[in-house]
Design a protein around this ligand. Structure first.
Ligand code: HEM
Length: 259
């Protein structure tokens, strides 16, 4: 089933009956598939709750403002060559000195189709970092770089970086779909985040890229809930725990690119 309406997408994401599609649990130790069986993202129930708490605790210890400044400085020091900057900066904040294998490992992290290069990269990371730190780096890598790519397409001189990123997230989400399995029927559900983020019943003038758009709270939340109405960072049972960190890393890179 394909879900495109914002209200339906929010309902599925908030309902524990829908879980991520299961991943293999019997892969050889130290491979990408082995790692995927051990992370929060692909687990359910109390296992998910416990793994997620570890990640949230790690993120709580990292100040987004520091990430932003470090990403800005490193982008400038590299003369604008920003690829890899978010991962290097986040890696340093997590105590991972060599985050260079992250790109290869991240390529197949969500899909599971990594191949030997991904397995080698995972083995290198495991030699010097724990699973929670590696999880954060793999989750962050592709999504944050894609956000920066998309924002650069819309950037105009003198533009407010935070407003640009907010509207880029809604209009051009780095992750376009997320999947769930209905535990009652076994049916697979695909949530189309691009369509949900342009649902005309939630977003007036939905197709227009408007960095001045007022981003009100999610319609299902209390007026004081404060969560964003777009679904780019997920919603409900297992939303992204790192939106502030993602925005800080992306904003720092964009600031570093301004001459
Ligand atoms: C623009 C950048 C990012 C986007 C668009 C994004 C988006 C998402 C989404 C949609 C999910 C939920 C997936 C689902 O419900 O099926 C998610 C999960 C997650 N994200 Fe992000 N993310 C970004 C950056 C980051 C960063 C920088 C970090 C870490 C610092 C991070 C850490 C995680 C983790 C650990 C999960 C799994 C949560 C769980 O298992 O409960 N993400 N992300």
């Amino acid at each position: 089933m394909l879900i495109t309406r914002h209200a339906d997408a929010s309902a599925v994401l908030a309902d524990p009956r829908y879980v991520p599609p299961p991943v293999a649990q019997d892969a050889p130790e130290g491979t990408l598939a082995w790692l995927r069986a051990r992370v929060s993202r692909f687990s359910t129930g109390t296992t998910h709750d416990e793994r997620r708490l570890d990640l949230v605790a790690l993120l709580d210890g990292i100040d987004p403002a520091g990430l932003r400044a470090d990403a800005r400085d490193l982008t400038r020091r590299r003369g604008g060559d920003w690829r890899g900057v978010p991962t290097t900066v986040l890696g340093a904040a997590l105590g991972v000195e060599d985050a260079s294998p992250v790109a290869d490992a991240a390529a197949g992290y969500l899909s599971g189709s990594g191949g030997p290069a991904a397995d080698t990269a995972v083995a290198k990371l495991l030699a010097s970092a724990g699973i929670p730190e590696i999880t954060l780096l793999l989750q962050a890598h592709t999504a944050t770089e894609t956000l920066i790519e998309h924002a650069l397409r819309h950037r105009t001189p003198g533009q407010d970086v935070d407003a640009l990123l907010r509207e880029t997230l809604r209009h051009d989400p780095p992750l376009t779909v997320t999947r769930r399995v209905d535990t009652l029927t076994g049916d697979e559900v695909t949530i189309d985040l691009v369509s949900a983020n342009r649902d005309p019943s939630v977003f007036p003038d939905h197709d227009r890229f408007d960095p001045h758009r007022r981003h009100s709270p999610h319609p299902e939340d209390s007026p004081h809930g404060g969560s964003s109405p777009h679904l780019t960072f997920g919603y409900g049972v297992r939303p992204c725990p790192g939106p502030a960190h993602a925005l800080a890393l992306a904003a720092g890179v964009l600031e570093g690119l301004v001459p």
